[in-house]
Structure formats: C-alpha cells, structure tokens
Design a protein around this ligand. Structure first.
Ligand code: GLC
Length: 559
C-alpha cells in the first residue's frame, strides 16, 4: 500500500528514506499549472497557486503530483515548447518559486514529478535560434533535422511525414540572405523543432538537465513523447497519409524506434545516482501495450501511461481484455501496470463516456452528461481497484465534464488551427478548475481565467462538493482513503476474475491476508450480482435487493 508513514519525505529535506517502490502503487495527480490555481491574479495558473493548494492535494489522499511544463516558453503549445529547460516561465513564477514548491510538496508528505520535453525544443531555444541565424553550415543545425527540400528548387518537403497537429512535419527556413533555405522537421507544431538524438550534444544536454532538476529535489520526470526521440535512419517516406493515428498497430519510422531504449538506459544510470527512489514515467504511444512494456524494462523507465486503457470504451468485455493484456505485458518485464482515464490531451472521461463509443478522444459533443458522470464515477472505482499505480487528472475528482462549446476565438490548442490534426479540441479539458461557488473565476484566481469557465461551473467546485455525501469529490476521497487502509487495493500484479453476467466485470484481489471484490456493471440496466462480505464503497447507491445498478462499480471486503 502507498501509505503515509514514517518513511515519507520529511519536511524540507527532500526525498529522504523511502519505502522501496513507493511508486508501484502510487496515485499520481496531474496538475496542469495554467489551469489549477492562479496566485498572482493574471488569469493564468502558476506555481504559487499550486503551492497554496497543497493541503487540498494532501487531504485528497494522493501520493504525488506531476506538473505539466512550467519552463521558459513562448507557449506555442502551452509550454510543451521549451526555450530554456532550466528556467521557469515568468507566467508561472521564478526558479525560487519552483524551489519553494518542491520543498513544500515534500513538507506535505507528497512527491513531485516534473515534465521533461526531450523530443523537441521551442523554436526560441538558443540552439535553434542560432542554427537559423548562422545559416546553412551552422554546426547547431546538426542538433536538429535540417534537410534540403525535394523538387527542382527544393520547394517540396524532404519526405512525406505529417505533423501530429496536422499538415506536413516540415517547415522551410529562410536563409540569412532572404532566400528560401533548408527545411526542418517538427512532428508537432512548426514552433517545436525535433532534436536529432544521434548528435551526442543532445544526449549530454539532457543528462545535464536531468541533474539540474534532480539537484532541485524533484522525485521524477514524466517523459514527453518518449516514443519519438529517435527517427529511422535516412528519414524514409511512409508512403501513406493519415500517418499519425496513434495506437493503430502500425510501426512508424518516426515513432517507437528501437534506438530510444538506449537513451533511456543512459538516463536510468543518471537517476540511479540519486537517493530516494526517483522515477521516470513515459508518455509512449506505441502500436501495442506489449511494445510499451519495452520502455519499462528494469534498466529503463519505471512506468508508462496506459493509453490503450484510456482509449477503451466503457464495456466489460473490452475492459477485461485490456486489463489482462496490460497486466501480462508489464508483468513480463517486472514493471507495475498503470491506469489512467484523463489527461490534458484528451476529452475528459466524464464526457467521453457521455457519448457513444468509437468517437476517439477529441470530442465536441457534451452527450448525456448525467450518464457520463455516472459511468465516470464507476470507471474511477474500477481503475482504483486494479493492481498498480493510477494517474488522476486535475478536476476529474470533481466529475468535471469537458467544455465542448468554447468559442473558436478563445482556443489556444495549436492543433485546432492546423487542418486535420490528430488533436485539436484539447482546450476543453484545460479550462481552469472551480474552487468556490461564485466569485471571480470560481476561486481559480482574482484576475479571471485564460479560458472562459462555463456558467454554473461553481456548482461543481471543491467548495460545493466538500462534505456532501455522494459528491464525486467525496467519492474520490473515500476511495483514496480506502486504498491507504486496504492492502488488496493497488497491491500485486494480478486479478482473479469471478463469474459474472454479460456486461459485468468482477474480480477478487487478495493481499495482506485480506480480500477485496470489485464488480463493475457496464450495462444500462441493473443486474443481479452482489459481492461477499461488507460493502466498502460504491459509485452509486446499491439497492437492498442484491442487484448491481446500471453503470455502477462497487467494492466489497472481507476480513
Ligand atoms: C505530448 C503532450 C502534449 C503536447 C505534445 C507535444 O503529447 O502531452 O500536450 O502537445 O506532447 O509536446
């Protein structure tokens, strides 16, 4: 169990003696700094805001926080375009603010994971600015992918790769003398040039950046686009369109190349020099969960997000298949499985489940909100009963829906502005979260909110839900408290499936001499099913008739 005991980090001392593998069952809460809490009233969340809300996170019962990027950045992709990896963007605060936050996180008995963006920099990064300014022949161009164009005048991109955000993955440069020059590769926005990881300076720089933040006291890194760093030699054409549909089972010359593993092995040796069980978690979109498991072999990264789980619809049979596959794949390399339902890149699960399945992760339809919330709560209790670690995205504990009707003119997602990108509607899950019933930006800050919050947002606020029986916030608090108290929640690497009617998923977990049974009814009608022992928690009230209501998950425990 991930329990707060004497082996937690001590106040102000950084990660002191830790229980081995604290992260194997941890609940890690994603803070999206722009949208969590605004300490200086400029309408944009910041580090001071996060710091002021640490008691809330401690009381919620999470083990660690992961912060999306807060580094110096022109914010072309909400901070995932980093201009200086060792500086805090003024919009979020200062380096001393980061230092204070790290110390304070530890003082609250929590751990802190920061985002690392190694696939690409910002176009404003010093290396890239100089590479452009120095023109062809600049040695700094070798740290990115600069290539001459095809066609008689070099007017065509060097290959047929497409950007994740839509359009070609190449942008043509203009030479210092004003003539059209070489092209550079960007798998994301043009403001995000990809590094060439074959150049040794890139690896050296990132090992140094790791040390910088490890010395600051962070407990780990979330590795952005971990599948993208190494490209196939020669940058071969793919020969198809619509290339960047992720998880489609196809190998790509720009993703999931075997060479990435060498990078992670070298990083692991750096991390292991530091005390305190620090970790890496990979954002690795690969064709299969089995390929993802390669990122978490014993000498590589510690965890990887389980995107196949996130993209599975609310359907018992499909969930069972992916749960088994995930556990098998991760067990084969000795890594804990992770689970996740929402993050800053996908439509919130309360809205995904409010819509028919199969629509993907970028939705513009609110769907049936009541149904979505009911399923979201059930999906959360299912996730939290599985063995391993789980990631919770800020606001999901309030049952927030996606804001699907943001006016186009307020949107900032760069993908929205490029035709046919894979993403595009990510602003809807990034709307600042409500803390209070009313007031300026519902308690987010004193100066409005960078994305407009919908009317009625305050009814979903922390204040509105605190202490209210049956609220989603109290459900999360109860579930996370139960995880601390019950050894069978989180522990181990297996589930024992129980017989259950079609549409119901039921399993037993045993640890520390105690049993826990979890059952999830993914159908729209009640089914006769009840667990043994005492009801510990359910996502909706159970009747007295031995039935599991529609779209409901429940936990039973026996001594
Ligand atoms: C990751 C991030 C996403 C970002 C992209 C490019 O997928 O989660 O927000 O846009 O990488 O850095």
């Amino acid at each position: 169990m991930s329990q707060h005991t004497a082996d937690q980090p001590q106040s102000g001392t950084g990660p002191a003696a830790t229980s081995p593998g604290w992260w194997t069952e941890a609940i890690i809460y994603q803070v999206y700094p722009r949208s969590f809490a605004d300490g200086d009233g400029d309408g944009m969340g910041d580090l001071e805001g996060v710091r002021s809300r640490l008691p809330y996170l401690r009381d919620l019962g999470v083990d660690a926080v992961w912060l999306s990027p807060f580094y110096a950045s022109p914010q072309a992709d909400a901070g995932y375009d980093v201009a200086d990896y060792r500086a805090v963007d003024p919009v979020f605060g200062t380096l001393p603010d980061a230092d204070a936050l790290i110390r304070d996180v530890h003082a609250h008995g929590l751990r802190i994971i920061v985002d690392l963006v190694p696939n690409h920099s910002s176009e404003q990064h010093e290396w890239f600015r100089r590479a452009l300014a120095e023109g062809p022949g600049s040695a700094l161009r070798e740290r990115y992918h600069f290539r001459p164009g095809r066609g008689a005048g070099g007017e065509l991109p060097p290959n047929d790769w497409e950007s994740v955000f839509g359009g070609p993955a190449w942008t043509r440069t203009t030479d210092p003398d004003g003539t059209p020059g070489d092209w550079y590769l960007h798998l994301f926005a043009p403001e995000q040039p990809d590094f060439d990881w074959d150049h040794p300076a890139v690896g050296d720089e990132f090992r140094s950046i790791l040390r910088f933040w490890l010395d600051m006291g962070v407990d780990g890194f979330r590795v952005d686009v971990a599948h993208g760093l190494v490209k196939a030699p020669g940058l071969p054409d793919l020969g198809t369109r619509e290339q960047l549909r992720l998880l489609d089972g196809e190998a790509k010359p720009f993703f999931d190349q075997d060479g990435v593993h060498e990078v992670y092995r070298s990083w692991r040796t750096v991390l292991d020099e530091y005390p305190g069980e620090r970790i890496f978690v990979a954002e690795a979109w690969t064709p299969t969960i089995e390929r993802t498991a390669r990122y978490v072999r014993p000498d590589e990264l510690h965890q990887a997000f389980n995107f196949p789980y996130l993209t599975t619809p609310w359907d018992a049979a499909e969930l069972r298949t992916i749960i088994d596959r995930s556990l098998d794949a991760m067990r084969s390399v000795g890594a804990p499985t992770t689970w996740v339902l929402s993050n800053h890149d996908v439509t919130r699960h309360a809205t995904r489940f409010a819509n028919p399945p199969g629509l993907g992760t970028q939705l513009r339809s609110a769907g049936d909100r009541e149904l979505g919330l009911r399923r979201a709560r059930a999906a959360t209790l299912l996730m939290l009963a599985l063995p391993g670690s789980a990631y919770v995205y800020q606001g999901e504990e309030l049952g927030l829906p996606d804001v699907v009707d943001l006016p186009d003119e307020v949107r900032e997602d760069p993908s929205f502005f490029r035709a046919a990108g894979q993403d595009g509607f990510r602003d809807g899950c990034r709307v600042p979260i409500p803390w209070t019933v009313d007031g300026t930006s519902y308690g987010f800050g004193s100066g409005g909110s960078w994305l407009p919050q919908p009317a009625g947002w305050g009814e979903l606020s922390v204040r509105s839900q605190t202490g209210v029986e049956g609220s989603t916030l109290e459900l999360y608090r109860a579930a996370l408290a139960a995880r601390r108290a019950h050894p069978a929640l989180g522990a181990g690497d297996r589930v024992q499936w129980l017989d259950a009617p079609a549409g119901v998923l039921a399993f037993r977990r045993t640890a520390g001499g105690r049993d826990l049974v979890c059952a999830a009814n993914t159908t729209g009608a009640p089914v006769p099913w009840t667990g043994p022992g005492t009801l510990l928690l359910s996502s909706a009230p159970l009747g007295a008739d031995g039935e599991l209501p529609a779209d409901t998950t429940a936990w039973w425990t026996s001594p």
